[in-house]
Each structure stands twice: as structure tokens, then as C-alpha cells.
Design a protein around this ligand. Structure first.
Ligand code: NAP
Length: 322
């Protein structure tokens, strides 16, 4: 039985990943920053069809060293998923925790003798610095010093860079694989409207009057979890980063709204039907060929992902009364 640590057990992606690992027979430990959250995580993981009896919890924060050695003890594989996903303009709230958390996880993995860490970075660490033509693959990096760069992409670029530097200088043979998902959607196991799910509640609740003019990629949370497993088991993936997005190119908020409107009927009555004033965003291409070639990435269609996100939220009573 493989012993695995997943950091940030309360999260939208982590609950899915833990459920998949447990269903595959792994012995899993997860970190949470407050012991009170254990029950909600267990419930989410059971919703994902897993038996949570063997799931172990350790309290650890991204911002402190306590608990990390205990969390990683005996782990052969570590999935570092936790990172602040909050809307803030204050870089101190996210950059330090993201970077320090990655270093706590990597150091604990190394000291425990783990074989490999798979870290969830983001497209935000790849494609948020301007380029004459917005066409991105894994050779691109967001420069954290880009003027006007929001706090979140800065945190992901700084944390991913710190992770690679750590493994190179002090890893002692620990392998690192990084995943760089675009915007994650797809059915939720946690009943909290957190992370990307907040955008869905805003759209469906009529709080997004006009669709912001923004172009981005979408990837299914189930496909990202599957890529965590593939990245862990593929020997050649060591030292590589992988962009993840569904086929069919990038989309816009209006594109998302139209899919929901066309496929969800009255549930999507209040989604925006117009775009906010402003310039048309320039074309954006994000390449997923490496993940397909090396990890067997077979993404679900983005439209199904969007629809199934809302259906799962409705089924969990997360959309309020109609
Ligand atoms: P999420 O549900 O908000 O999960 C974030 C996790 O990080 C939670 O478990 C959260 O714990 C934990 N965390 C945040 N700050 C912490 C701190 N100071 N100490 C300890 N734990 C802390 O978001 P998600 O969408 O699942 O994100 C998972 C990963 O995917 C993140 O690394 C994110 O950057 C990356 N990612 C997400 C997207 C997306 O669109 N959602 C796209 C690309 C990459 P609490 O419950 O205690 O807050």
C-alpha cells in the first residue's frame, strides 16, 4: 500500500484527489489548518466514493513549520496542493504563505525520504507576463516583478520558482513534477463555495451583471486530479512542468455564461448576457501537447465540465433557493 501525503485536505481539488487516491488503495494523510475541518473533509471524500476510514489528518499551516514532519512521516509520495486561493490586493497575504508552504512541504518530503513531490502550480506562473503574441507553453514563466501583476499570479510564480530552486540546491534526490492548470472547474465534492466555485455562485446569482472581458483556459478538476496521479507514476515526468487545459482553445466569461445559459435552462437565468465595456482581449493560446504526450492527458470537453459544476452545486444545495 503506497503511503501518500496530500496537503490542504479541505480544498476543491484536494478533496477530489484524496478520494481518487483512497479509491485506488493508497494510505493517505492530509494536512488541514484547523482540526475542526476534519469532518467536512471526510464527508467530501465519501461523496467521492471513497472509504475514509484510513484517512489520517495532521494540523499544519503553510506559514509555520509545526506539523509538517509528522504529516510527511512515512510518505513515499507527496502531492502539494495547498496554496492561498483568496481575492486580495495585498501580496503579503498570499505570496509568503504560498512560497513558505511549498518549502515546508518539500523539506518535509525530503526529510521523510519521499520519492517524489507533485506540486499544483498554475497557468498563473506561466503566462501572466506580457508577450507580443499570447501563445504559451511550458517554457514560459510569469515574471513576479511584472508591473501591475496581481498578488495571486505573483504568489504562484514565486512559489513554483522556490520549489524548483529548493529541489536543485537541497533536494538530495527528491523528484519534483509541477502541474500548471488553467482555471479549474468541474463537479465539487466539498459543499463549500470556495475557489472557482465562487465565480459560479456569482454568475448564477446575478452578481456578475456583465461578463468581464478576459480570456482564459478551463480544465476539469477530475482531470487535474488524474494528472496528479499520472505525474506521480510517470518516471520521465521528473523535473518537468505541465500545462493543463481542455481542448478547443481558451474561452471568455461570456463564453462560459453562454454554455450555462444554453444547457441549464432556468438555473442559468441570471448569468450575464453581455460583456463589460472595454477592448476585446487579444487572442490567447495555451498548449497542452506535453501533458497529452507524456502523461496521457485526455481532457473532458470544457462545456460538460461547466455544466456538471453547476449540477453538482445544485445537488449539494449550494445555489440557495431558486
Ligand atoms: P481551495 O479550495 O481554496 O484550496 C486551497 C487549499 O489551500 C485549502 O485546503 C486551504 O485551506 C489551503 N490553504 C490556503 N492558505 C493556507 C494556509 N495559510 N495554511 C494552510 N492551508 C492553507 O482551492 P483549489 O482550487 O482547490 O486550489 C488547489 C491548488 O490548485 C492551489 O495550489 C491553487 O493555486 C491551484 N490552482 C487552482 C486553480 C483554480 O482555478 N481553482 C487553477 C490553477 C491552479 P483552508 O480550507 O483552511 O483555507
Amino acid at each position: 500500500m503506497t503511503r501518500v501525503l496530500v496537503t490542504g485536505g479541505t480544498g476543491y481539488l484536494a478533496t477530489r484527489l484524496i478520494a481518487d487516491l483512497l479509491r485506488g488503495g493508497a494510505e493517505a494523510t492530509t494536512t488541514i489548518r484547523s482540526a475542526e475541518r476534519e469532518g467536512a473533509v471526510r464527508e467530501a471524500v465519501r461523496r467521492g466514493g471513497a472509504d475514509d476510514a484510513g484517512l489520517r489528518f495532521v494540523v499544519a499551516s503553510l506559514t509555520a513549520a509545526d506539523g509538517w514532519a509528522e504529516a510527511a512521516a512515512g510518505a513515499e509520495e507527496v502531492h502539494h496542493v495547498a496554496s492561498p486561493m483568496i481575492q486580495t490586493t495585498d501580496p503579503d497575504e498570499v505570496v509568503g504563505p504560498a512560497r513558505d508552504g511549498a518549502l515546508h512541504a518539500l523539506r518535509a518530503a525530503r526529510d521523510a525520504g519521499a520519492r517524489r513531490v507533485v506540486l499544483t502550480s498554475s497557468f498563473a506562473a506561466v503566462g501572466y507576463s506580457p508577450k507580443p503574441v499570447r501563445d504559451y507553453d511550458e517554457s514560459d514563466w510569469t515574471d513576479p516583478e511584472t508591473p501591475g501583476l496581481p498578488a495571486y499570479p505573483r504568489s504562484k510564480a514565486v512559489a513554483e520558482r522556490a520549489a524548483w530552486d529548493f529541489v536543485e540546491r537541497e533536494g538530495g534526490g527528491l523528484e519534483l513534477v509541477v502541474l500548471n492548470p488553467t482555471w479549474i472547474a468541474g463537479p465539487t465534492l466539498t459543499a463549500e463555495a470556495r475557489s472557482s466555485l465562487q465565480l459560479f455562485t456569482a454568475m448564477l446569482g446575478g452578481r456578475m451583471a456583465a461578463a468581464p472581458r478576459q480570456r482564459f483556459g478551463v480544465v476539469d478538476v477530475r482531470d487535474v486530479a488524474a494528472m496528479h496521479l499520472a505525474a506521480m507514476r510517470t518516471p520521465e515526468a521528473a523535473g518537468r512542468r505541465y500545462l493543463l487545459l481542455a481542448d478547443g482553445g481558451t474561452t471568455t466569461w461570456l463564453g462560459v455564461a453562454q454554455v450555462l445559459h444554453d444547457r441549464l435552462g432556468p438555473l442559468a437565468d441570471r448569468v450575464p448576457t453581455t460583456e463589460a465595456p472595454g477592448d476585446e482581449p487579444s487572442p490567447l493560446t495555451i498548449r497542452n501537447a506535453r501533458a497529452k504526450r507524456e502523461l496521457g492527458f485526455a481532457p473532458r470537453p470544457a462545456a460538460d465540465t461547466l455544466v456538471e459544476t453547476v449540477e453538482s452545486m445544485r445537488d449539494l444545495g449550494m445555489l440557495g433557493s431558486p
